[in-house]
Write a protein that binds this ligand. Structure first.
Ligand SMILES: Cc1cc2nc3c(=O)[nH]c(=O)nc-3n(C[C@H](O)[C@H](O)[C@H](O)COP(=O)(O)O)c2cc1C
Length: 360
């Protein structure tokens, strides 16, 4: 049941420090006082330099969130991300409502920091999953693969912030109309399910079309790319691929090794023909899928190849038959590091790049 909960019942969100000022990480917030967790997110693009950034909006340390990653983003992993200063997100995809509740409880036993849950709206038991999010008063909900309109009101009444992932301006505008607090504009560079438009082209168009904040996703793995995301009008960034090579990420070693070996051209997109485009590392599985697309194979043949393939990659490290979903930034990943180091490095590089930009 999606019963209404009082707004003040929302999960506690601690005060944040902003890493965006040049001062040390413990400096006070740049853009005014911390927004209470239940307040609507501020409007306007961050490009002006005056609008609130994601760290302030979500009361976290860095303007960074971890993307939901089905089969990978467990409660323990999301807790580690939140502890390291970004927003950790549990992926509900492929989990039952009961399993999701357990993951949320696991996270809460590890951290009191804000976190989110990513809901894949195609999931057959999405109504039960949506109800768990209300009952657990999850601070942030991101959604993928569909339209969350039917659930937004109940989630917001429970004090949750709702941030759908969008691949186009049209869907972004619809999400704003339905009451979303912000959107994640995800470019085709990203790992996993992808749209057509690049981050470079999508983020400025989405942020210009909306009054709610835009988070950039797809192709962000460094301070240089974070700097670009702000320049494009985003208030922060969501990252997936770059966090797969964190020490804490619970994927098979073969997955991490494949990512470290990948070059800039190391990914491809399968499923353009079947209507479910997915970006992943090139391997035997990807090549076979693309070949099937050329021969006009049946739906059953595609399903036989793809079913369980992300699981085979993430848990078993099956280099032949696994789908190693990854974005184009795989080519720039060089080492396995703790999450805290990854985020700190990105923020240090962000400041250096910002300082070095031409003044013209
Ligand atoms: C292995 C993998 C699994 C993913 N699974 C999901 C998912 O379950 N739900 C979702 O909304 N996005 C999913 N994504 C997309 C990420 O949440 C994120 O938006 C994306 O990775 C950002 O682009 P990047 O890979 O260039 O950092 C996935 C991405 C990867 C790499």
């Amino acid at each position: 049941m999606l019963d209404k909960l009082s707004v003040s019942d929302a999960s506690p969100i601690t005060a944040a420090t902003s890493p965006l000022a040049s001062a040390p990480d413990t400096a006070p917030l740049v853009a005014g006082a911390a927004t209470p967790s239940t307040a609507p997110l501020a409007t306007g693009a961050a490009a002006s330099g005056t609008a609130a950034t994601l760290d302030t909006l979500l009361a976290i340390r860095y303007p960074l969130m971890q993307g939901g990653m089905a089969q990978i983003a467990t409660g323990r992993f999301a807790a580690a991300v939140s502890e390291a200063g970004a927003l950790g997100i549990i992926a509900a995809g492929a989990k039952s409502a009961a399993q999701l509740r357990e993951e949320i409880q696991t996270l809460r036993a590890i951290t009191e920091r804000p976190f989110g849950v990513n809901v894949m709206l195609m999931a057959p038991d999405v109504t039960e999953i949506a109800a768990v999010l209300v009952e657990e008063r999850v601070p942030v909900i991101t959604t993928g693969a569909g339209n969350p309109a039917a659930y937004i009101e109940a989630w917001k009444n429970a004090g949750c912030k709702v941030i759908p992932v969008v691949p186009s301006v049209a869907l972004a505008q619809r999400m704003q109309r339905f009451g979303a607090d912000a959107v994640i504009a995800e470019g085709t560079e990203s790992g996993g399910h992808v749209g057509e438009t690049t981050t470079m082209a999508l983020v400025p168009q989405v942020s210009a079309a909306l009054t709610i904040p835009t988070v950039a996703a797809g192709g962000i793995a460094s301070g240089r790319q974070l700097c670009a995301a702000f320049a494009l009008g985003a208030c922060g960034a969501q990252m997936g691929t770059a966090l797969l090579v964190s020490e804490e990420c619970p994927i098979h070693e073969n997955y991490k090794t494949a990512l470290l070996k990948a070059r800039d051209t190391g990914t491809t997109v399968t499923g353009r023909v079947t209507g479910t485009p997915v970006r992943l590392l090139k391997n035997q599985m990807a090549r076979e899928y693309l070949k099937l697309e050329q021969t006009g194979a049946s739906r059953d043949q595609f399903e036989e190849l793809a079913l369980g393939s992300l699981r085979r990659a993430a848990l078993e490290g099956d280099q032949q038959r696994g789908s190693f979903m990854a974005g184009q930034v795989a080519g720039q990943l060089t080492q396995i590091e703790p999450l805290a180091k990854i985020f700190a490095r990105i923020m240090t590089e962000y400041r250096q790049v910002r300082e070095g930009l031409p003044t013209l």
